[in-house]
Write a protein that binds this ligand. Sequence first.
Ligand code: NAD
Length: 273
Amino acid sequence: MAANDMRLVVVGAAGRMGQALIRVIHETEGVTLHAAVGREGSAFIGKDAGEIAGVGPLGVPVSTDPLQAFLDAEGVLDFTTPATSVTFAGLAAQARIVHIIGTTGCSIEDEEKFKAAARHARVVKSGNMSLGVNLLGVLTEQAARALPATGWDIEVMEMHHKHKVDAPSGTALLLGEAAAKGRGIDLASQSVRVRDGHTGARPVGTIGFATLRGGSVVGDHSVILAGEGELVTLSHSARDRSIFARGAVAAALWARDKKPGFYSMLDVLGLSR
Ligand code: NAD
């Protein structure tokens, strides 16, 4: 560990993303694993975080005490559950550190709590931390702006592994928001999240979502713009969770010297306008 390394805490350390984060921190210069936090009652408590992630012992046991873990830390990488992320947002704000939130499926009330915490913490939150998907969001917004709603229907299709618990994915919603922004409409009132039975014809100007679940798919997303006699498909395929973990670590380093506030990956990647 170098003296100026950013000291990062991984919460949800034994999870799929937690392990990917520990591996990426281990192989990235300028950051160090300061502490690892797991769920109370988890079989991984007390085990070495590096052993769990498959990189060998790092001398950092997984604990259940976030308060102690956040002490002297500079940032928290959080891919857990909405309720857990809300709790950690409060603690990160008290500690006035960086909080990178990758957790998806959060409610509007949760989002308000994150924004309140961002008065004291530097929060970066995104439904997808990869460069490719954030670029896809920018392209989706442009395409939705260029192709008129009267002739072009927008559908967002996603597929994830069978263990995923929320739908549509945070990324599908991020892409839906980008399309809605391009069209100048409100996604919440214009989205069609489920179709079943006799639905009637497709309402003009809506944004549809289709969710597929199965196997070990890390995350596939397509934005389909369907016109009369032609189809434009913008798509992204995540092959490895490390793309999200690398994005999260890059976000933490980016936020290190920023003012408290609520940021997105578009800010981190310089893609926001
Ligand atoms: P997972 O279930 O494998 O991991 C979640 C971990 O959080 C588990 O180990 C669980 O024990 C832990 N946890 C739950 N409550 C806790 C608590 N109170 N204290 C400490 N740890 C606690 O899930 P996953 O596949 O790693 O995904 C986690 C989240 O990240 C999901 O919401 C998923 O959609 C999201 N995700 C986001 C991105 C992105 O780029 N934003 C990418 C992948 C996954």
